[in-house]
Design a protein around this ligand. Structure first.
Ligand SMILES: [Zn+2]
Length: 260
C-alpha cells in the first residue's frame, strides 16, 4: 500500500520581510530548510519543534537568501543543494541542480524548475507529492520579482513555465511578504477583477492581524496576479494594449511596477 507522504510545514518571518520555510517529515525525521536568510531564526524554530535539520535547498544567490547558510550548515551538518549556475557564487553547497532535475530529499521527490529573470540562477522547488512549491523571488503573491539579471522575456517565460507545470491546487511559498503592496499595485492594473478585489481585502485583513499572506495557491495567482494575466483580455483592455503579445503586456506591467 502506498501511503501519501505527509509533512509539517513551518513558515516564519526572517530579516525585515523574508520568509524562512521548514518542511518536516514526522515519519523519518527528514527536515528541509528552503533558503537561509537568518540562521538564528531557523535554529529557534528547529529547537522549538525538536527537529533536526537534514537538508537545505537554495533558490538563488542573493544575500538575503543565503547569508545564514554557512552558520546553519555548520551547526546542523545539513546537506545543501542549490543551483549549478551559482556553483562559484554560493559557498557551502554539496549538490548542484539544473532545470528539470528530480532529486530525492529524504522521502520526497523534488523537482528543480529553472525560473530565471530575477537572477539567472533562480530555481523554484516543487514537491509534487506534497502539492507545494517554493518559487523564491520569481513568483510572489500578486506580484513577481524585480528583474535584476535577466530580461523581461526571460521572466515572462519563467512565469508561464510555472503556470504550465504547477497544478492549480499547488500551495505556493516564496521569498518575501510583499503581498500588501503588490495588491495595491495590482488593483491599478486590473481594477475590475473580482478575484483580485477579494484577495486584496483578505490580504488587508491578514496583515492588520499580523498574519502572513503566504502560502497562496496557483489557482488564486492565476485568477488575481496581473503578472500571470498578461494574456488576459481584461488586463490588456485596462492597459490599452489589446492585440499586443503577452510578453509585451507583461513588460509594460513590470515597468509600471518598477516605477510605482
Ligand atoms: Zn532575490
Amino acid at each position: 500500500m502506498t501511503v501519501a507522504p505527509s509533512a509539517e510545514i513551518r513558515q516564519f518571518p526572517c530579516l525585515s520581510d523574508n520568509f524562512g520555510v521548514l518542511i518536516h517529515d514526522p515519519d523519518n525525521g527528514t527536515t528541509i530548510a528552503i533558503d537561509v536568510p537568518d540562521a538564528a531564526a531557523y535554529l529557534d524554530i528547529l529547537a522549538e519543534n525538536g527537529w533536526k535539520l537534514t537538508h537545505i535547498l537554495i533558490t538563488h544567490h542573493h544575500w538575503d537568501h543565503v547569508q545564514g547558510l554557512s552558520e546553519l550548515k555548520e551547526k546542523t551538518g545539513a546537506h545543501v543543494t542549490g543551483p549549478e549556475r551559482s556553483r562559484q557564487k554560493i559557498t557551502g553547497m554539496d549538490k548542484f541542480v539544473e532545470d528539470g532535475d528530480k532529486i530525492l530529499v529524504g522521502p520526497f521527490e523534488v523537482t528543480a524548475i529553472s525560473t530565471p529573470g530575477h537572477t539567472l540562477d533562480q530555481i523554484s522547488w516543487y514537491f509534487p507529492a506534497l502539492k507545494i512549491a517554493h518559487t523564491g523571488d520569481t513568483l510572489f503573491s500578486l506580484g513577481c520579482g524585480r528583474i535584476f539579471e535577466g530580461d523581461m522575456e526571460m521572466m515572462w517565460a519563467s512565469l508561464e513555465k510555472l503556470a504550465r507545470i504547477l497544478p492549480e491546487d499547488t500551495a505556493i511559498y516564496c521569498g518575501h511578504e510583499y503581498t500588501e503592496s503588490n495588491a495595491k499595485f495590482a488593483l491599478t492594473i486590473d481594477p475590475n477583477n473580482a478575484a483580485l478585489k477579494a484577495r486584496a481585502a483578505e490580504v488587508e485583513t491578514l496583515r492588520a492581524a499580523g498574519k502572513p499572506t503566504l502560502p497562496t495557491t496557483m489557482a488564486q495567482e492565476l485568477a488575481a496576479n496581473p503578472f500571470l494575466r498578461a494574456a488576459d483580455t481584461g488586463v490588456q483592455e485596462a492597459l490599452g494594449m489589446v492585440g499586443k503579445s503577452a510578453g509585451e503586456v507583461f513588460a509594460e506591467i513590470r515597468t509600471r511596477k518598477d516605477n510605482a
